[in-house]
Design a protein around this ligand. Structure first.
Ligand code: HEC
Ligand code: HEC
Length: 294
């Protein structure tokens, strides 16, 4: 019919939408990194503070509101149903989390999802470098979107269970999902001694952590580590002080006690209180010294 030659791909609106989407994601991550560097010492110092913070938040809180906040801000990465399959996911490593897996890297509970306070702290702080922070959400939006994350995690598990085993009733699948994903008991860190022996912390570090994080803490040598999605991952460069869960001594101690689910970082079966605080304090010297501290 028409004798005009048209370059189809240049006019394909879906490509432009994809390009605009990617540009938006890159901008968000860049703004996020800036926020992270300037405020990481303020928010979410410890699990107790995070809980106190969310308890003080007020505003319109509802699941519908949360799902709307989620659709607007989070679905492009985490996917409409929270299965980690948003349009920007392919460009990111680590991948956006599939909430239904129940793997939450930053938390304060022995089983299930982190508490609301910890979830809000992680969302506000972001997970450097691929999950941007959300300082701009109001209290009501934050509380509601935490509700949405919980809801999507549960619903995601229910649908996958029903798909695997269509004879299961929805009620039974729902009960199993709640048993797996509802926040379990909170981890209480042992009391911190007044005097901490850094030399002993260093020895513990060299024997238990250096195999992944390197003797100098830079985490460059192990190229064989993979996360639970089989994507390559490096142990954190501990000299950077850029930690997903905050870099205070209690944050570090919590990461050691709980491990980082979904990543190769293990939770030790047993660690004494003195080893825990000594190695946590030693980790801090790796980046405070780096920043010219001593
Ligand atoms: C630019 C993509 C992107 C956007 C937008 C985004 N996330 Fe994420 N999110 C990620 C990635 C990537 C991870 C996994 C990071 C990792 O494993 O280090 C993640 C992880 C998470 C986690 C798991 C935290 C943990 O402890 O493991 C939660 C909860 C979360 N995001 C919630 C949200 C919410 C709520 C929003 C919207 C307000 C949002 N995300 C927006 C990319 C994104
Ligand atoms: C089997 C390898 C392995 C061992 C052993 C290991 N780690 Fe890790 N560690 C990792 C990986 C991988 C990450 C990055 C996880 C991520 O970003 O998802 C990490 C991350 C961390 C972080 C950053 C936490 C955050 O909030 O971002 C700290 C702190 C840390 N490790 C300390 C330690 C200490 C202290 C020990 C020893 C008691 C240790 N690790 C042992 C692999 C390991």
């Amino acid at each position: 019919m028409s004798n005009e030659s048209i370059d189809e791909s240049a006019h394909d609106p879906s490509k432009w939408v994809l390009h605009l989407g990617l540009a938006a994601v890159v901008t968000m991550i860049a703004t996020g990194a800036l926020f992270y560097f300037t405020t990481r010492t303020i928010f979410g110092r410890s699990a107790d503070q995070a809980t106190a913070q969310i308890d003080r938040m007020s505003g319109v809180v509802s699941l519908d509101h949360g799902l709307a906040v989620y659709a607007r801000n989070c679905a492009m990465c985490h996917g409409a149903s929270g299965l980690g399959d948003g349009s920007a996911a392919a460009q990111l490593n680590p991948k956006p989390r599939d909430f239904s897996t129940g793997w939450f890297k930053i938390g304060d509970t022995r089983t299930g999802l982190p508490t609301d306070g910890e979830l809000a702290a992680s969302i506000r702080r972001g997970l450097f470098p691929t999950m941007p922070p959300w300082p701009q959400l109001s209290d009501g939006e934050m509380k509601s979107v935490v509700m949405a994350v919980r809801h999507l995690a549960i619903e995601g598990q229910v649908s996958s269970r029903l798909m695997r085993d269509p004879k299961t009733s929805r009620d039974a699948a729902l009960a199993t999902a709640h048993a797996r994903l509802d926040s379990g008991e909170r981890i209480v860190l042992p009391p911190r001694p007044l005097e901490i022996d850094l030399a002993r912390g260093k020895t513990y570090y060299l024997n238990n952590c250096a195999a992944c994080h390197d003797a100098d803490g830079r985490g460059k040598l192990r190229e064989d580590l993979v996360d639970n999605n089989e994507n390559p991952i490096f142990a954190r460069d501990l000299t950077s002080g850029q930690f997903k869960g905050g870099n205070g001594i209690e944050d570090i101690a919590m990461r050691i006690v709980r491990g980082i689910p979904g990543s190769p970082m293990p939770a030790p079966v047993e660690i004494s209180a003195s080893d825990l605080w000594e190695v946590s304090a030693y980790v801090r010297t790796l980046f405070t010294r780096n920043a010219g501290g001593n």
